[in-house]
Each structure stands twice: as C-alpha cells, then as structure tokens.
Write a protein that binds this ligand. Structure first.
Ligand SMILES: Cc1ncc(COP(=O)(O)O)c(C=O)c1O
Length: 358
C-alpha cells in the first residue's frame, strides 16, 4: 500500500539522489583528506555565556567584521555555510518548475542538487578546455534562459581560478538577464584575485564565501553572501529568523578579529607551501598523467588508465575523493592538502606505487 508520505512527496524529491557529502559517504581510514577541511584545527578563545535567548536576527557584528576583512562596504550577510547561501539564492530567485540555473561542470555538486530539490532545471556549459577555463560564449548564450549562473572560482574539484576577464565578460553579457553567483569558497588561497570590489560596477554579481576552508571552521557552519543592496533586499526576506547559533557567532567573531585573520592567513601560506612540496615529491611518477595547477587547499591528480590511486590510498588508510564518476574527470582523484606530516606520508605512499599496489 502506498504510504501517505509516498503520496505527498513531490516527484522532484522522489527522484532526488542525496548529495554525497564526505560525511555521508563515511568509510574508514587514518588520514581524512576528502573534504577540503583544514586538517589541524585552530583554537579560538570564545568564552562561554548564557544561551537562553534567541540569537541576533542577521548578526550585524559578524557581517560588519566580514566586510572589514573584505575591505568593502558592499552589504554582507552571514548564513550557515556557503551551502545555505546556494540554497537561499536559488529559493529566492528561481520559480520551481519554471526557472533554470546554469552551471559549468565539473563543479561543486550542490548547485545542481539544490536546484533538483526545487524542481528547477540545471543547464550546463561544461569546462571542456584542458585548463578548465570558461567557455564564455556558451555561458552567455545559455544564461539567456537562466535566472542564476553559478561560477566556482577557484573551482572545486578542478582547483583552477577562473580568469577575471572571462568572468567580467559573462557579467557584461548577462547584465540584464541573470545574476552571476561566484562561489569563492577557496579564495583565501588566491586572495588578491577576489571579485568583491566588482559588485559596485556589476550589480548582477553575487559573491559567496565560507569560513570552512582557510579559516578551518567547517564545524561552526558560517558562510557569507555579498551582493548589491537591490539583490540583498530579496535574499533577506527568506533568511531563517535566527540564522546563526550564538556559540558559532562568538567563534566567528574571534576568527574575524585581527589576530584570527592573521592566524588564518599564516595557516594558508603554510598550506600553500606544503602543497608545493607535496606536488614536487610526486610529480615524477610515470603513471601520473597530470597534476592540475591548484589555487585551493586540494590537488586534482589524473592517473593513467590502469591505475586506481583512490583504492590504493584507501587500502593504506588515506581517504581521498574519487572523481571518476564525472565524465570529464576519468581516473581523477582529489586530495585535500593536510598537515606536513600527513602529506609526507601520502607522498611516500604515492612514490611506492605500484610496487605495493593492490
Ligand atoms: C565550492 C564550494 N562551495 C561551497 C562549499 C560549502 O561550504 P560550507 O561548509 O560553507 O557550506 C564547499 C565545500 O566543500 C565548496 O567546495
């Protein structure tokens, strides 16, 4: 017999395959290098206090601290992670069953997932160039039938920064048609390339940020939307009444203090150095086809066809992300850059392949 829930659930939800987050995939291992987190946590000083009152609606002190960090007076709003920002923007600007979003695959899977959940069609202008750069003409052409264009820069899982001139071309080509949402989750690894200052000239630009990556606060759940006032007025209508738990808010304020920012920037520089040392240590392996240039805290590695790097590392307790399910990323594995000790271990394992292979 059909259950009530079965009868009530919309077709779009029945068809939906849950987003395969690193935590949902689970598994076992010693080194967890599959979710682009900061492997070694940062201690902040937030003092405990009472939690009997509801938190601030749109915590202004956090938004102000983030604007100062970005050196901008463009409106910013804090949300529970960049994932909530993606969902919120789609719910705000797309009519279910009618409107479309545009992505440039391979890219972060949550754009399409959030759209699917709302019965919003996803168009794709794939990154077919060897350096995964944008096909701007196709993006502009398809954007004429989309409400939101999601560009991820630096892109997950390919690691490349999209060219500023290409993004400007897309902004100009879509100015009266679509909002262009640039997801800068990894921008701290190439901070000078950030696009926040462009919002003043291009009011169809929306920037998404997170404290989950360079700031090492994935468990705190804090992200940001930066957008022109005319965009923000609609986003704020749908924002949940109490978007940020107070205990998270306190940690966020510590992280965005002068000292907190310095810690994050120093960690970022150290991580960039570890990444380069790791790449140098493995690049001579004859079975590695490409180590893609990365403006992030991960590297994407393409191996020769008969090599199964993902399973090999897993067998040795190292959990990475297999990207082979994407047609453009056959034989590709994404490895988060962890601590120096972890990466030395992973590099050693990689250099021992195939002698100790499966
Ligand atoms: C490109 C991109 N955007 C957004 C997110 C989600 O970030 P948050 O933890 O802030 O929800 C991720 C997480 O991996 C990501 O890679």
């Amino acid at each position: 017999m059909t259950s009530l829930a079965e009868k009530l659930a919309p077709e779009s939800i029945k068809k939906l395959i849950p987003y395969q987050s690193a935590r949902r995939i689970g598994g076992s291992g010693r080194l967890w290098l599959n979710a682009n987190e900061l492997e070694q946590g940062v201690q902040y000083n937030s003092a405990d206090s009472d939690y009997n009152r509801y938190p601030d609606f749109l915590p202004h002190d956090i938004a102000k601290a983030y604007q100062e960090y970005c050196e901008t007076d463009t409106p910013a709003v804090a949300v529970r992670g960049a994932d909530e920002a993606i969902d919120l923007l789609i719910r705000t600007f797309c009519k279910p069953g009618e409107d479309k979003i545009l992505i440039t695959s391979p890219t972060y899977a949550m754009y399409e997932f959030c759209a699917d959940a709302l019965a919003i069609e996803t168009l794709d202008a794939p990154l077919l160039a060897p350096d995964f750069s944008l096909n701007t003409d196709q993006v502009i052409q398809l954007a004429s039938s989309a409400s939101l264009v999601f560009l991820c820069s630096p892109n997950n899982p390919t690691g490349n920064l999209l060219k500023r001139d290409d993004i400007i071309k897309v902004l100009e080509g879509t100015s009266d048609k679509a909002l262009v949402v640039v997801d800068e989750a990894y921008i701290e690894f190439e901070l000078h390339s950030n696009l926040v200052a462009l919002i003043k000239d291009y009011p169809n630009l929306v920037v998404i940020r997170t404290l989950s990556k360079a700031f090492g606060l994935a468990a705190v759940r804090c992200g940001f939307i930066l957008a022109a006032p005319e965009v923000m007025q609609f986003v704020q209508k749908l924002i949940p009444p109490y978007p940020m738990p107070d205990c998270s808010a306190k940690i966020v304020l510590d992280a965005l203090s002068t000292q907190g920012i310095k810690i994050a920037m120093d960690n970022t520089q150290a991580l960039i150095h570890i990444k380069q040392t790791f790449v140098d240590a493995i690049k001579a392996q004859p079975w590695i086809e490409t180590i893609y240039p990365s403006s992030t805290n991960f590297v994407l590695i393409r191996t020769k066809q008969d090599v199964n790097l993902f399973d090999y590392l897993k067998k040795h307790g190292v959990v990475t992300r297999n990207q082979s399910h994407e047609s453009a990323l056959h034989n590709c594995v994404r490895i988060t850059i962890g601590t120096q000790a972890s990466m030395l271990e992973v590099a050693d394992l990689i250099c021992q392949y195939p002698q100790t292979s499966l």
